[in-house]
Design a protein around this ligand. Sequence first.
Ligand code: ATP
Length: 605
Amino acid sequence: MNNHIAHIAVYFRKLHKFAGLKLYVNIVCMMGVSMLEGAGLFLFIPMLGLIGVFDTASADNIPFLSALMSPLGELPIGWRLPAVLGVFMLSVWTQAFLQLRLVNRNEAIEAGFIRHLQVELYQSLLQSSWSFFLTKRRSDFVHVMMQELSRASNGVYLSISLLSTCLFTLVQIGLAAWLSWPLTASILVCGVIMALILRPYHQRSKRNGERLSALMREFYAGMTEHFNGIKEIKSNRMEERHMGWFRDTSGELEQNAIMYTKLQSSSRFCYKAATGLLMALFVLCSVKLLHIPPEKLIVISLIFTRLWPKFSSLQSKWQRLAQTIPAFNSLQCLRMEYEAAKELDINEDVMDDNRVRMAHGIECRNVSYRYDRSRADFALEHIDLWIPANSMTAVVGKSGAGKSTLIDLLIGLMQPETGEVFADGELLVGERAVSFRRNVSYVAQEPFLFHASIRDNMFIAAPEVTEAMIWEALSFAAAEDFVRKLPQGLDTVLGDRGVRLSGGERQRIVLARAILRKPSILILDEATSALDGENEAKIQEALIRLKGSMTIIVIAHRLSTIRDANQVIVLEDGRLARSGGFQQLAKESDGVFGKLLSYQMTSSV
Ligand SMILES: Nc1ncnc2c1ncn2[C@@H]1O[C@H](COP(=O)(O)OP(=O)(O)OP(=O)(O)O)[C@@H](O)[C@H]1O
């Protein structure tokens, strides 16, 4: 329970920090609305008295009511009822007006707070290091961003109104105690008993909320995996297994929703049953034991009927808040994890926009790296190498040899476990590593395109380019011909992740985009693997033209594509097996590179 209150306190603190004074203005306005509602009811007493149902003379010894009745006594008799009705109308209108403003103001706080949480979370994600990213499931992030945030947003309204109800209830308790403290004390005792009766419901609500968070996380993760692997599912006839998983998970979600309603309705039932009993006891005690006069009883009853529902509303809001707090917690936990892995500050980085081009080269000194430090196997071990600026370096080796890991270390995306990486003689760590990547254009094994037009895909990488520059880059990447044939040319919208293009076409567009950034270092990670011989030859020619103007690092399985490299680095089981010129290594027929080459030549015959 204490833990739960601590979580709610964190939530309130965050809300307070975001909304500041606005939050309290809204709370006071909400109290005002409740007070006016109460005043409206209170005005019924003089109305009843003026109509003749109630003896106004006997109201003199009742606080408030006597204060209300005495100015009425100054008015001529015929004016009294219209005056009371006028005040009544005024209070209803003021209440309606305040409510209108409140809805808009609360929405502004709610939407603003959620956006604030969203921005905070997304920023912490972008600022975290790549090594940390490798340990997280993408779907967890999407789930928190969409589902949990929307639940947390529900909590914003609940917390504002919970606070205002608390304050309002305290004021009403004060008023009721003034009228009759023994009765008020007994109502409070009843309230405490009620809270104790409903406590188990509250705790189950919280557990239900936590289960919902876990279930939704699994659901999102599963759905993301399914959509990513839908081709495998369909090609391998795995539909039934996936349908089974879907049915089970959605079934659990259904049970969770039913349980939520059951908890709400059972606690409401308990509350109503207890209210009936307490009301009866209340009237009985007032008349038989405390001998309270009827006119005072009417006023106290009015206050009771105002106060008692507040207890109910407090407990129901508390219960609903309990259901939403786990969503807020998972959001906070994820953000704190990303914060702990922070490697850059986006806002500061925007200021530091000066791109210093690499002049000398990149050096690795005795670099070792493990993805999992609890395991003995290294992805890379004791790597010493030198990549001169404006040259072309090829990295080769069997699958799993450590080529991609080496690239990630060379561009400061990951930090070596031992050893150092230097760029132009400076250690590639912290801010230097982050700003160094401004000079890098990286073309991945799996080319990634945004679901936008070709033109927009180019602008995302290099916002300042002209149309002529785009065509030049496309021609450079041997993509001009097929782009010209597309129905809308540069404005053709590429499907989700570029699926409307073939693998080779996608690679060429991504390559054009990379060149357009005019990088100091161009990295091609198996970037030409999907190309046919003719287009690959075109790309090779383009790379030869680029040689000397930028540092090119190519990972290639097809060794024919790296014939023009100035240096070839051969990796084997995470170690540097050999490095040197292509021709020189090719001559060493018993070396790793020679073997790789002769294997490829025999298999292609
Ligand atoms: N995210 C990761 N988590 C754990 N281990 C990883 C991860 N990525 C790579 N590895 C391991 O590190 C080693 C080197 O992987 P790397 O991807 O660098 O090889 P590669 O030479 O680029 O392979 P390929 O040519 O198949 O892409 C492999 O044993 C691989 O299993």
